[in-house]
Design a protein around this ligand. Structure first.
Ligand code: NDP
Ligand code: MG
Length: 401
């Protein structure tokens, strides 16, 4: 089942988990897609190998120092190498029908926004773009009459469950959370969690940053903020349900009492295929859903006492302005520190909470008028979170497992 015309894609974050799943979908439907340009962060060998394999014309690596390595890895191929932040933006601006935004973290903001500012259609996995700069992003979408296709599974599920209804008119949009590896753990057990335990997600295989966010449930908080921007729905009409089987991804509750839901196996290739083919459908070899085999689907309320990061994100969403920008920046610093073995797991939420308090005190949380303003707040918060971490480390206040 091929699409009528071949769609040209740009793949930002090609070497990552979403990048590779996207390439898998493209390789299953070579008549339907071509990949024109790819971009990655530091993994030159993987980027060069993928660029040659998919027949891209242009490959950009973010780290400027890696230009020579990329050039030699691509020598003899038809792929043009480039390096640095501008090169990633150049990749994003390559002529394409869809730009897949799959860079991890706020590092994706500039290239993804650049593509949007040219009116490109974005299939967006990189939720941190909307958490860091949701206001500027959505204003640009309206100005350019551009389209963001929600690639994150919960948002893809909401989009499918809406079935064309206006999200603003529904009673509730509900996203589900697996609960992560610590769903059944006590607060004391979570406090002693190691990096390896936090990286062992029960249902999904993903990049490290989002896997830690899933363990802290910050990921679900980021997704509520993402849903708010994508669907234009306020905080009090957005909800989270913990659903350990990760089969139902999103539910829409309508005013007449009916609820629609979207179900699929926890395999990101399903929402990727849906976004890339929309409004058509592709045939993929993604795992089929066998409900009789699964037999039981369970749901429970999230526990904000054991997962304070989710509560912090809900507060940031309610406060609005640049508070989500602050939350995201501090979280990226905190997750990197946890992954580097510098802080214990509960410090992640503590660092984020303190950054939000500092921002409120310093009057930093006004709505960013532009992408530059959002990135300036992001920068300030990263610096102050790093300083505060270093101070704590020096005074022995940070506990490490
Ligand atoms: P990965 O860590 O697996 O991949 C991240 C990608 O971004 C890599 O290609 C990496 O390159 C690249 N990258 C990192 N920094 C930069 C930079 N500064 N400039 C250009 N490229 C950069 O992450 P995931 O694929 O798991 O996640 C990507 C995004 O999608 C995240 O925002 C995540 O929240 C979201 N998402 C992921 C899901 C999943 O199942 N994985 C599900 C839903 C959303 P390199 O390899 O060289 O470091
Ligand atoms: Mg998700």
């Amino acid at each position: 089942m091929a699409l009528n015309t071949q769609r040209k894609l740009v793949l930002l974050g090609a070497t990552g988990s979403i990048g590779r799943s996207t390439i898998d979908i493209v390789e299953q439907a070579p008549q339907s897609f071509s990949i024109e340009a790819v971009a990655g962060g530091r993994d030159v060998d993987a980027l060069a190998e993928l660029a040659i394999r998919v027949g891209a014309r242009f490959a950009a690596i973010r780290d400027e120092k890696l230009y020579g390595a990329l050039k030699s890895a691509l020598s003899g191929s038809k792929v043009e190498p480039a390096a640095g932040a501008k090169a990633v933006v150049e990749a994003a601006l390559h002529p394409a029908d869809i730009v897949v935004g799959a860079i991890s973290g706020a590092a994706g903001v500039e290239p993804t926004y650049a593509a949007l500012a040219e009116g490109r259609t974005i299939a967006l996995a990189n939720k941190e773009c909307l958490v860091c700069a949701g206001g500027p992003f959505m204003r640009k979408v309206a100005e350019m009459k551009a389209t963001i296709l929600p690639l994150d599974s919960e948002h893809d599920a909401l989009w499918q469950a809406l079935g064309g209804a206006d999200a603003k008119s529904v009673e509730k949009l509900i996203i589900t959370a697996s609960g992560g590896p610590f769903r059944t753990w006590s607060a004391a057990q979570i406090a002693a969690a190691t990096r390896e335990q936090a990286l062992r997600h029960p249902n999904w295989s993903m990049g490290q940053k989002i896997t830690i966010d899933s363990a802290s449930m910050m990921n679900k908080g980021l997704e509520l903020i993402e849903a708010h921007h994508l669907f234009g729905v306020p905080a009090d009409r957005l909800d989270v349900l913990v659903h350990p089987q990760s089969i139902v991804h999103g539910l829409v509750a309508f005013a007449d009492g009916s609820v629609t839901a979207s179900l699929y196996s926890p395999d990101m290739r399903v929402p990727i295929a849906h976004c890339l083919a929309w409004p058509d459908r592709l045939k993929t070899n993604a795992r089929r859903l066998d409900l009789a085999e699964i037999a039981t689907l369970t749901f429970e309320k999230p526990d904000l006492a054991r997962f304070p990061a989710l509560g912090l994100a809900m507060d940031a969403l309610r406060q609005g302005g640049a508070m989500p920008t602050v939350l995201n920046a501090a979280n990226e610093i905190a997750v990197a520190a946890f992954l580097a073995g510098e802080v214990a797991f509960p410090e992640i939420a503590r660092i984020v909470g303190e950054a939000c308090e500092r921002a409120a005190r310093d009057n930093l949380a006004r709505e960013p008028a532009s992408i530059e303003e959002a990135l300036a707040v992001d920068h300030i918060v990263r610096e102050s979170s790093r300083t505060s971490l270093a101070l704590k480390a020096r005074s022995g206040m940070v506990t490490v497992q």
